[in-house]
Design a protein around this ligand. Structure first.
Ligand SMILES: [Zn+2]
Length: 167
C-alpha cells in the first residue's frame, strides 16, 4: 500500500465548481474534509468522465432531483490547504459501509503516491457526480439515463444503457 500525502478520511462535502464565463470556464472539485480543504482542478472532459465513472459504480441516480446546481463555493474567504491538478483517479465502493473511496494522483507528478485520498457517503458522491454533469452541461438538455448533455448535432449513444440506447 502507498501512503498518500493527504489522507482526509471521510469528507463533509464535495462541491463541483465551474468558474468563469461560458466558453472560458475552469472546472474543479472542492473537497471539504473535517480540517483540510483541497481543490482539484481538471478539464471539463475529466470532470464528466469522473462523474460517469462514479455513476457507473453507484448507479445513475434519480431522474429528477432538487436543484443543487446553484451551490457556489466561496473561494475568496476559503483557506485552501492543498491545490492540485487532477490526474489518474481510482474509485472504489464499499457497499456494506455505504462509502465511496477516491484516490487522486496529481497530473504530471513523478510520485507514485496519490496526492489525496478521501472517502465519502455513497449518496453524497453520487449527488456530486449528478451536479457535476449538470454544471458541465450548462443548461443544455441532458440524457435522462446518463445525464450527459445531448448535442443536437451528434447521435447520443448512451454509456449507461449498454451503449445501444439512442436518444
Ligand atoms: Zn445517455
Amino acid at each position: 500500500m502507498t501512503t498518500p500525502e493527504n489522507d482526509l478520511g471521510e469528507v463533509k462535502n464535495l462541491i463541483p465548481q465551474a468558474i468563469g464565463r461560458p466558453g472560458q470556464r475552469r472546472f474543479c472539485l472542492v473537497i471539504e474534509g473535517s480540517d483540510h480543504l483541497a481543490v482539484g482542478w481538471m478539464e471539463k472532459e475529466q470532470l464528466q468522465e469522473l462523474s460517469l465513472s462514479i455513476l457507473r459504480k453507484l448507479g445513475p441516480g434519480p431522474m429528477s432531483r432538487s436543484n443543487t446546481y446553484a451551490q457556489q463555493f466561496g473561494f475568496d474567504s476559503a483557506i485552501i490547504d492543498t491545490e492540485f491538478r487532477v490526474g489518474v483517479t481510482t474509485l472504489r465502493v464499499d457497499e456494506e459501509a455505504g462509502l465511496f473511496f477516491v484516490e487522486i494522483h496529481e497530473r504530471g507528478a513523478s510520485s507514485t503516491h496519490p496526492i489525496i485520498r478521501f472517502s465519502g457517503l455513497s449518496s453524497m458522491v453520487q449527488e456530486m457526480a449528478l451536479t457535476a454533469l449538470e454544471i458541465c452541461a450548462a443548461g443544455r438538455p441532458l440524457c435522462p439515463v446518463c445525464h450527459i448533455p445531448l448535442d443536437s448535432e451528434v447521435r447520443h449513444v448512451c454509456p449507461l444503457s449498454n451503449g445501444h440506447h439512442v436518444v
